[in-house]
Design a protein around this ligand. Sequence first.
Ligand code: ATP
Length: 381
Amino acid sequence: MSGIFLTGVSKRFGDVVAVDALDLSLRGGESLVVLGPSGSGKSTLLRIIAGLETPDAGEIRIGGVLQNGLPPHRRDVAIVFQHFALYPHLSALDNITLGLRHGLRLGRQEAARRAAEVAERLAITELLHRLPRQMSGGQRQRVALARALARQAGVVLLDEPLSGLDAQLRLTLRAEIAGVLRGTGATTVHVTHDQNDAMAMADRIAVIREGRLEQLGSPDDLYRQPDSLFVAGFIGSPPMNRLTLTAVDGVHPTPFGPRRAGEHADLVLGVRPEQLKIGGGDVDGDAGEATGDSGLWRASARVTLVEHEGPSTILHLDVDGHALRARTHPDLRVSAGERIVVTADPAHMHVFDLASGRTLGRAADLLIPVAHSERAARRSR
Ligand SMILES: Nc1ncnc2c1ncn2[C@@H]1O[C@H](COP(=O)(O)OP(=O)(O)OP(=O)(O)O)[C@@H](O)[C@H]1O
């Protein structure tokens, strides 16, 4: 199987650094999703692997073989673009077989056999004689995918193959593509800026920011242990809530009691909307408090907006000027304007350094609830 190894890959366009000294290795058969905002260098990275773009520096190896200098058709790579890129005057069948006959130099019969086989897998056999304009968007994207898979390449690259399709079709096609690709054993690199697609399809996700690797890990790692505020804000919907805690005279007024600021001037406390629980009781602290034997963080909140999403409800909350969102059960009846108490387990709260945006760890490990520290102080007196 074809592993992919990139070392020190860089590409500039004039003053713009599109890809910046990127190192990345994929196991053979692995499915990597590259996630990042618009302009972060995702497509450029894909085009470099395909040989459609020449890097300024760095090495690309596929299955241990150096690819630098090899033209696209000499690489064991197939690519599926966002805009199908089918030839409008050719039938689906001819679109699929064209590259096989001219690129791979297969005979007419062998090309047709491969096309029939892949068409069967993607349920497009009935469409093989239609022109692209006689097909729906989803059907055209299936044909584009069939064309790529028929090459039987060791590496399949996908550049936003689901964008422009409606939500239902996207979900169906996403599952189909993932299933078909797994079945081929190809190593895949899939570029998207849709985190739901990324979470659903990836073995690992590479989050890219300004041409650099921000974090690489399993979908679960990125969700549970974001290395930075950027990743915390990019993965999860709605994104992780942030409470900025500004140090005053070198001391933080954290809900967990005052802390010396030390080298970290200002902190950000992060908690996911689905980790905020709606509870009872009273609270006095400004940004909430973390007291009592439970050690839970508790805060008084005013509900500013209620959004019903069906399976869950999003509450928009004001906690002493901080705008937070909580994902709750749809049976919970709460109205805008109400005051409620929210709680969170410090084991699910993340602490970041505001200046660098990097994680410092979990609140449970870094910040000790007031009641515990007071008791400890009393004991040591
Ligand atoms: N051929 C080119 N000429 C000049 N600049 C380019 C070229 N291709 C890409 N860029 C620039 O390089 C940067 C990275 O572009 P790229 O298309 O790789 O980003 P992306 O993450 O795929 O974005 P999107 O999600 O919007 O497709 C951008 O600033 C873009 O404007």
